[in-house]
Design a protein around this ligand. Structure first.
Ligand code: NAD
Ligand code: LMR
Length: 325
């Protein structure tokens, strides 16, 4: 690991950025000994707000934070970056689907993908949060070949955390008792949060929660529409939980372990998901920043049907952004 990690964050003056940056700078994302240089990208109208955020970061006096660069130039933000956290993009409003943002947000990832490929560090990892995050990640990865698709992941961790918390609540156990929760497919209402293969206190989740109607009904519905429920309640999309999920995503991807966690990765056709789209999959981290897809999890007919639906939606999104690829 280099002595100081360069972390590029886009949309850094936005809601998620405001929750995320102190958590990176305090050491929660990369560990308590890792020095950090933040390279923050915004568009011009948000540059003043970003200056304010940079002042607040300075006022936190984080011992690990060596420098904060603020810029409107993607090439400067991504220069020698070891991680690029792509948050900057428009959030949906009430009544919208995330895919309604495909054209407007998708084009952002064309320019940023090209800039990352040209300027980021050779060991760079890219994590995409801006919605629709799976397809935006595919767009960014398509803009170059230096890093390779396995360096690009999109965030399914918020869905995983939502599903984990809900299972824990239903089972009446602590969140830490729930493991092996993976959310497959698209970060959209077609996502498939797999409770069948989840574990609760060492047992399979359906053994502990013997309520198949809930597991196939309210559970899937609540996780799949949680983002919309938060927008309806707050008038704004999730931010603190999204930032928290990104901390978890990066930490899990940097920590080799036998533990299964979920990321959207470039599909090689596992679980019937079309090749080449970015889909939530179960992975194990094999080395810092590297993973293998766990491809032997068993699914019943109900799950396979759900996987086909979400995979088809991702392939359809790919067609809609064909001009960006
Ligand atoms: P926000 O509007 O508060 O902040 C977004 C920021 O991005 C703004 O400051 C804006 O100026 C900036 N921005 C816009 N275009 C940019 C560009 N080309 N380059 C750099 N910055 C740019 O939104 P937010 O609540 O922080 O959400 C950001 C994105 O994250 C949205 O697309 C939202 O839907 C998505 N999101 C994803 C998840 C997930 O689980 N994947 C969860 C929550 C939110
Ligand atoms: C979420 O899941 O909370 C985010 O993707 C925001 C949204 O648009 O739902």
């Amino acid at each position: 690991m280099p002595s100081t990690l360069r972390i590029a964050v886009t949309g850094a003056a936005g809601q998620i950025g405001y929750s995320l940056l102190p958590r990176i700078a305090s050491g929660e994302m990369f560990g308590p000994d890792q020095k950090i240089r933040l390279q923050l990208l915004e568009i011009l109208p948000a540059l003043d707000a970003l200056r304010g955020v940079a002042m607040e970061l300075q006022d936190c006096a984080f011992p690990l934070l060596e420098e904060v660069v603020i810029t409107t130039d993607p090439d400067a933000a991504f220069a020698n970056a070891n991680w690029c956290l792509l948050v900057g993009s428009k959030p949906r409003g009430p009544g919208m689907e995330r895919s309604d943002l495909l054209q407007e947000n998708g084009r952002i990832f064309v320019g940023q993908g090209a800039s990352i490929d040209a300027h980021a560090a050779d060991d760079c990892r890219v994590a995409v949060v801006g919605n629709p995050c799976n397809t935006n990640c595919m767009i960014a990865a398509a803009q170059g070949s230096r890093l390779g698709p396995e360096r690009y992941t999109a965030m399914m961790r918020l869905d995983q955390n939502r599903a984990t918390a809900l299972l824990a609540q239903k089972a009446g156990v602590a969140v830490g008792e729930v493991s092996d929760v993976v959310v497959y497919g698209n970060h959209s209402s077609t996502m498939y949060p797999d409770a069948v293969n989840a574990r609760i206190a060492g047992q399979s989740a359906p053994e502990v929660i013997a309520d198949g109607d809930w597991l196939r009904g309210d559970f899937l519905e609540t996780v799949g529409h949680r983002g919309a429920a938060i927008i309806a309640a707050r008038g704004l999309s999730s931010a603190a939980s999204a930032a928290n999920a990104l901390v978890d995503h990066v930490r899990a991807l940097n920590t080799p372990s036998d533990t299964i966690h979920g990321l959207a990765v470039c599909s090689s056709g596992e679980y019937g998901i079309p090749q080449g789209v970015w889909a939530g999959m179960p992975v194990r981290t094999t080395a810092p920043g590297a993973f293998t897809v766990v491809s032997d999890i068993k699914h019943d007919g109900f799950a396979l049907n759900a996987l086909e639906k979400t995979g088809t939606e991702l392939a359809h999104e790919r067609e809609l952004v064909g001009d960006f690829l």
